[in-house]
Design a protein around this ligand. Structure first.
Ligand code: APR
Ligand code: PHB
Length: 380
């Protein structure tokens, strides 16, 4: 294996879906993944698929298990001041919804469908935008793969961005992080709850009718050892408090992590033979559930462009992809700013937040704006 049409670095959602879409179009491609299959299939990440992502996975034959096991959601709940306010999706977006289906499951489905070469424990060491040569380490030796095109789907910590000869980055780091848990307990609500509280943000999500996924805003300097199970559940209970008899169910915590929050964009997303896609090019705070969905949008566009036949798509990839990226960056920033307590926030800022939440809850126009961004603007 010394040459391929498209060399793909990374077997996360972006790399795997790109490989699948290219193979379906008869475009030879090789995927190099530095970690093990076990690792990439069990790495806890996002869980919300936009309508576009659902449509793309179904159209390319990767949606069967998603349709069997995924949960279609028609709205979310905003919770603040001990009040509960639902934002309905179909009535505000012409019928669009989202699917709750873990990124780990999308990755497993795409690996199971993989037709071309997919090398695990194969670490890309360099990628040359001019020659398309990728050097990688695998099975104890160093190898070279000559590619007509290289797509770095290698995430925020990959080598892709460093291989771009000139790149401009835009970044905002937030003064808080998310402590996320998986718990073996049925969800306490059928839909997601985004809670604003004076002590900080909390999110109630789920993975199945038997597994809950919850998040707490914490200090970015916090360590998991600072948070006992009891402290986590007590804090969640406090932040989700609401009038009425709603109760947060507790259960065994089976996975936990603390994730920093940042907004990040690298421009451009192409230089000559080298392309960036997914987290390699952009990061959003998870409040808008856009990370995985942006990766899907990038590679859906790039697969069409690399398959050829549509003039200008390849040259227009970076500009077209970045328009959607910046829209998602703004939406994710807005959701994050509206719902989190910034430790440097003034009382004036806090009242602005409450005013925005109350307006969003009361105004059909404001709810429609949130809904259409949350379910995802049409890919076209
Ligand atoms: N060589 C080979 N593989 C690499 C290298 C390298 N040098 N560097 C990183 N990788 C692999 C990582 O091990 C990972 O499996 O690239 C993959 C990148 O996958 P993701 O980080 O999941 O990024 P992406 O596919 O763009 O998906 C974005 O995943 O991280 C979440 O929040 C993110 O939901 C978003 C989605
Ligand atoms: C998740 O279920 O992991 C999830 C849901 C919604 C978000 C972020 C994460 O905004």
């Amino acid at each position: 294996m010394t040459h391929t049409r498209v060399g793909i670095i990374g077997a996360g959602p972006a790399g795997l879906l790109l490989g699948h879409l290219l193979s379906a179009r008869g475009v030879d491609n090789v995927i190099l993944e530095s970690r093990t299959r076990e690792h990439v299939e069990h790495r806890q990440r996002a869980g919300i698929l936009e309508q576009n992502t659902v449509d793309v996975l179904r159209a390319c034959g990767a949606g069967a298990r998603m349709d069997r096991q995924g949960l279609v959601h028609e709205g979310i709940e905003l919770r603040f001041d001990r009040e509960s306010h639902r934002v309905d999706f179909p009535s505000l977006t012409g019928g669009r919804t989202v699917m709750v289906y873990a990124q780990t499951e999308v990755v497993k489905d795409l690996i199971a469908l993989r037709e071309g070469p997919l090398l695990f424990e194969a670490e890309a060491l360099s990628a040359d935008p001019e020659t398309g040569v990728v050097r990688y380490r695998h099975d104890g030796g160093q190898h070279e793969l000559r590619c007509d095109f290289v797509v770095a789907c290698d995430g925020f910590h990959g080598i892709g961005r460093a291989a771009m000869p000139s790149i401009t980055t835009f970044q905002r780091d937030y003064p808080f992080a998310w402590l996320g848990i998986l718990a073996d307990v049925p969800p306490s609500c059928e839909e997601l709850i985004y809670a604003h509280h004076e002590r900080g943000f909390a999110l109630h999500s789920m993975r199945s009718p038997h597994v809950s996924r919850l998040y707490l805003q914490v200090d970015p300097r916090d360590k998991l050892a600072d948070w006992s199970d009891e402290r986590i559940w007590d804090e969640l209970e406090t932040r989700f408090a609401v009038e009425g008899d709603w109760k947060l169910e507790r259960g065994p915590i089976t996975d936990r992590s603390i994730t920093p929050m940042r907004s990040f964009v690298a421009e451009p997303m192409r230089h000559r033979r080298l392309f960036l896609a997914g987290d390699a090019a952009h990061i959003v705070p998870p409040t808008g559930a856009k990370g995985l969905n942006l990766a899907v949008a990038d590679v859906t566009l790039l697969a069409r462009a690399l398959a050829g036949g549509e003039e200008g798509l390849l040259d227009g990839y970076s500009e077209t992809a970045l328009r959607r990226v910046w829209r998602a960056e703004h939406f994710s920033y807005q959701m994050t700013s509206m719902l989190h307590r910034d430790p440097h926030q003034t009382p004036f800022d806090y009242r602005l937040q409450l005013s925005q939440l109350r307006y969003t809850a009361a105004s059909p126009a404001a709810r429609a704006c949130l809904a259409e961004n949350y379910v995802g603007l049409p890919l076209s």
